[in-house]
Write a protein that binds this ligand. Structure first.
Ligand code: NAP
Length: 246
């Protein structure tokens, strides 16, 4: 039996690719592709969609998520911008209904593995910095992936860094810090999304590098999330839960 899916944000860069991917996949029946002019609640009710993939904007993702859950569809949220308190609230609503859902800050399986490997390395190599490079139209920094990587490293390592005082000739030349982990954000044409996590140790460095060069890299994650979301019983955060990594 096929799973009925709506893509919200269907005219966008990610949404239009998700539409093509899900339309072509035998597990799914794409029942609607919606934009901001459409009534999401009415579309879920009319089509009886089981799953809604949201690939819209930070400004609308919270309201869209509420509508999806209120109308008993499984949310697959790819839009960025949900705050921690909003995620907690949405999780509570899903649990009240025993409704499975997933928020996926990064659908790329390679990027999720990069974070996982960085977490493993941090247990042995606490001296770490992160360089993330994105296209020039990405207006926020650091990326959610860089921030999440830094959080995972802090959780996994057994000791803090040995940071010596430094005179900065140019202010903030060492990047921004999450705890004591420097994050350097590059915004340039030519990049889609790249991240390097560099570990330094006596006489050696280890670099874990991931490079998204085409939005196609996000689509296997979109498919995986849609295939598995109805078997979940709460609202999960991160594709790693479906890959059983963390
Ligand atoms: N999870 C991941 O792996 C991943 C990867 C890349 C991007 N993203 C995120 O995915 C989202 C979309 O990215 P994108 O690059 O595809 O952006 P985009 O090209 O700007 O597409 C966003 C689309 O959503 C539409 N939209 C805006 N408000 C809406 C609403 N209330 N209801 C329905 N549709 C609405 C926009 O319509 P208008 O153009 O008419 O405003 C546009 O068609 C962003 O939040 C981005 O950060 C996630």
């Amino acid at each position: 039996m096929t799973l009925s899916v709506i893509v919200n944000g269907a005219q966008g860069k990610m949404g239009s690719l998700a539409v093509k991917t899900l339309e072509a996949h035998p597990d799914f029946h794409l029942v609607a592709g919606l934009g901001k002019q459409d009534d999401l609640a009415a579309a879920i009710q009319k089509t009886g969609a089981k799953i809604v993939v949201d690939l819209t904007t930070a400004a609308s993702v919270y309201t869209n998520s509420l509508i999806i859950i209120e109308n008993n569809a499984h949310p697959v949220i790819g839009s960025s911008g949900l705050q921690d308190a909003q995620i907690q609230e949405l999780r509570g609503l899903c649990e009240d209904k025993s409704l499975g859902g997933i928020i996926v800050p990064n659908f790329s399986i390679g990027a999720v593995l990069m974070m996982h490997f960085a977490k493993q390395a941090a247990a042995f190599l606490p001296e770490t910095e992160i360089i993330e490079s994105h296209h020039e139209k990405k207006l926020d920094a650091p990326s959610g992936t860089a921030l999440k990587t830094a959080e995972l490293i802090v959780q996994a390592r057994k000791q803090a860094r040995q940071v010596l005082p430094l005179k900065e000739i140019i202010p903030a030349v060492r990047g921004g810090c999450y705890e004591d982990i420097n994050i350097h954000s590059i915004r340039l044409p030519g990049f889609l999304a790249k991240q390097e996590v560099i570990f330094g140790n006596v006489g050696e460095t280890l670099t874990i590098s991931h490079n998204s060069i085409d939005r196609a890299c996000f689509m296997p994650g979109v498919v995986l999330a849609c295939q598995q979301v109805s078997s979940l019983n709460s609202l999960y955060y991160g594709l790693e839960h479906l890959l059983h990594l963390f």
